[in-house]
Design a protein around this ligand. Structure first.
Ligand SMILES: [Fe+2]
Length: 294
């Protein structure tokens, strides 16, 4: 055995031990991690006191990475981290907590809606690796729902209905849901919708999953109200408790999840407390469907 695994729920998530992520990853360890991801979709590594460089190196050993720029309302002056990192903290470029009404914060708390990272990119994310550098005194859990298990629990009629559907994803749609709609012309252009299949197949296992995300706002060929209602119904189904693992963060946790077969959401925490979370992201292999200008 290269790593030790302990399942966290019957459906999703495992805790990994017997590995120090500061050390270079051996090919056998990388293989074991990919296999564990296929099976559990979420892996939790406790007590990993990593530098950003070590976090980056661990990620790079698992595959090609996304560049994090352009996906939030932070401008270059707000960047605290290397550009391979999504800054999931509530801190500005000077490490100060955003004011409660700060536009960058109000956009960022859209991550409390169930979503899959980078589903708004033509080639969406594979894995996300999120590391807790500081945690609030309470709240701030991240919840994960297994989209493969949710797909399998659908009735045959629904499976047939959705098999070939294509959705349009954009951060404009997810933010509209929470009443955040004041975007500049540049932001509207940058956040233009992309297309994604609604049912995906995981290449290595052949397992099908629902590719849902709060960024999904249209279904190609469908009237908007019907599309929104189907997406809402599927999301309600897919986020039932039996499909969910809720992660309570400890300092120096690193949690890795597969965006192709899970959704996740952040939970609230006191807005005046720092929560420093840093994410690297592995790039997906290819678009899920041919792109057409929206
Ligand atoms: Fe996320």
């Amino acid at each position: 055995m290269t790593i030790q695994l302990r399942a966290l729920t019957p459906c999703i998530g495992a805790e990994v031990s017997d590995i120090d992520l500061r050390e270079p990853l051996s090919p056998a360890q990388a293989r074991a991690i990919h296999e564990a991801m296929d099976r559990y979709a979420v892996l939790v590594f406790h007590d990993q006191l990593l530098s950003d460089e070590q976090h980056f190196a661990f990620t790079a050993a698992l595959g090609p990475m996304e560049d994090a720029r352009g996906s939030s309302l932070r401008n270059a002056a707000d960047f605290r981290l290397p550009t391979a990192f999504a800054d999931v903290s509530n801190l500005d470029g000077n490490n100060r907590v955003f004011a409660a009404d700060d536009r960058r914060r109000l956009f960022a708390i859209g991550n409390r809606l169930w979503h899959s990272d980078s589903s708004f990119k033509a080639t969406p994310a594979k894995y996300s690796l999120l590391r807790a550098v500081s945690v609030p005194s309470k709240g701030g859990n991240t919840e994960f729902a297994h989209m493969g298990a949710a797909y399998e629990a659908l009735d045959a009629e629904t499976k047939a209905l959705i098999e070939d559907l294509v959705c349009e994803h954009s951060q404009l749609f997810s933010r509209e849901t929470i009443g955040f709609s004041e975007f500049t012309a540049e932001e509207r252009e940058r956040f233009k919708p992309v297309r994604q299949r609604l049912v995906r197949t995981l290449p290595r296992t052949g397992r099908k999953s629902l590719y849902l995300s709060s960024h999904a706002g249209r279904i190609v060929g469908w009237a908007l109200p019907e599309a929104r209602l189907l997406l809402r119904d599927l999301t309600e189904h897919a986020t039932q408790r039996q499909f969910v693992y809720s992660h309570q963060w400890r300092l120096h946790d690193l949690v890795m999840w597969d965006n192709r077969q899970t959704m996740h959401r952040a939970r609230p925490f006191p807005a005046n407390e720092p929560r420093d979370m840093r994410r690297t992201t592995l790039k997906g292999d290819a678009p899920t469907v041919e792109q057409v200008a929206a």
